[in-house]
Design a protein around this ligand. Structure first.
Ligand code: SF4
Length: 338
């Protein structure tokens, strides 16, 4: 099957925050490519840079944060070079974002129907009657019961899961090429989470859009991803297709994340397997490899040199191999810590 069209190409993206405590490199040299119909999951702990990466793509970084380098190519148009007015035409139309917390993303003072319809009025040039008709259709499409009656309700009259559906309806209103969802199910219970993820997948297939899903939940990654980008301390430490990441993880951090998952054969007596230590202070990173203070297989070189992201070996059946930033992968052809 031929590769689908490239929707987004991020090249060496750097988003830094100038703080009193120092320069915080929240995203520092991130690159990836995303094709139509594909899902990229960005994973990592809090502070890894995954949310800042997605907000940078939307150009929604507030001061003191700033994109200080790199390119964000949406269909060959560099978003870092566009004026705010030019961005407004793309945001919410060709690229849309579903935020983590629907209660803060929705305006409590406006009816949900009006909030969904806004994108249609702004970007599609339809009149109010047509926007309302299409909004009711969208509300039905995302599984909101009795959409006609609920159009005029306010956000507080919706449950958490239904509010998330409202946000999804708003995001897909203009059939975007690229959907970015930042932890869209974190605030929801497991049953509703599964429904929302299935809905996102169905919508993505229908629109053939590219999807970036930011999550810390590897269960979500397994269910949704085509490609996975593992971030640590503002950098990509491993990047590849989902089968490779799960079957033959190369980076010690990815291995740690996977090992910390609860398994079906675990008993109540099985101890938890967290990664020891905590993510580093981004304004005061350790020398060498940022993961070095927590890495169970660090060697002397890790204290001195930061590893570059490079092609690792292909470990799983039929895979092309993932890119890995670890000195041991470079030196031993892909088996650090195993
Ligand atoms: Fe661990 Fe060294 Fe690899 Fe960093 S470069 S992940 S410290 S082995």
């Amino acid at each position: 099957m031929a590769d689908s069209e490239i929707i987004l190409r991020v090249e060496d993206l750097r988003t830094h925050f100038g703080l009193k405590s120092g320069l915080l490199k929240a995203v520092d040299g991130v690159s990836f490519t995303l094709r139509a119909g594909r899902t990229l999951c960005i994973v990592g702990e809090s502070g890894s840079g995954k949310t800042v990466t997605s907000l940078s793509i939307m150009r929604l970084i507030d001061a003191p944060g700033r994109i200080v380098g790199g390119r964000i190519l949406y269909r060959d148009q560099d978003l870092t070079q566009l004026s705010e007015a030019e961005l407004e035409k793309i945001r919410g139309d060709r690229i849309a974002m579903i935020f983590q917390d629907p209660m803060t993303a929705l305006n409590p003072a406006f009816r949900v129907g009006e909030q969904i319809a806004e994108g249609l009025l702004v970007h599609q040039g339809v009149d109010r009657e047509e926007a309302r008709r299409r909004t009711v259709e969208l509300m039905g499409q995302v599984g909101i019961p009795h959409p006609e009656a609920r159009y005029a309700d306010y956000p507080h009259q919706f449950s958490g899961g239904m509010r998330q559906r409202v946000l999804i309806a708003g995001a897909i209103a203009c059939s975007p090429d690229l959907l970015i969802a930042d932890e869209p199910t974190t605030a929801l219970d497991v049953t509703i989470q599964a429904q929302i993820l299935r809905l996102l997948k169905d919508i993505q297939r229908g629109l053939e859009s590219a999807l970036i899903l930011v999550t810390h939940d590897l269960g979500v990654v397994a269910a949704m991803a085509d490609e996975v980008m593992v971030m640590y301390a503002g950098k990509v430490v491993e990047y590849g297709d989902v089968a490779g990441i799960f079957e033959t993880p190369q980076h010690p951090y990815t291995k740690g994340l996977l090992a910390s998952l609860v398994r079906l054969d675990d008993t109540p007596e099985t101890p938890l397997r967290p990664i020891p230590g905590a993510p580093p202070d981004l304004a005061n990173l350790p020398r060498g490899c940022s993961f070095q203070p927590r890495c169970p297989v660090a060697v002397d070189r890790c204290l001195a040199d930061a590893p570059l992201l490079r092609q690792g070996v292909s470990g799983h059946q039929g895979g092309a191999g993932q890119q890995v930033a670890c000195h041991l992968v470079e030196e031993t052809a892909g088996e650090p810590g195993s």
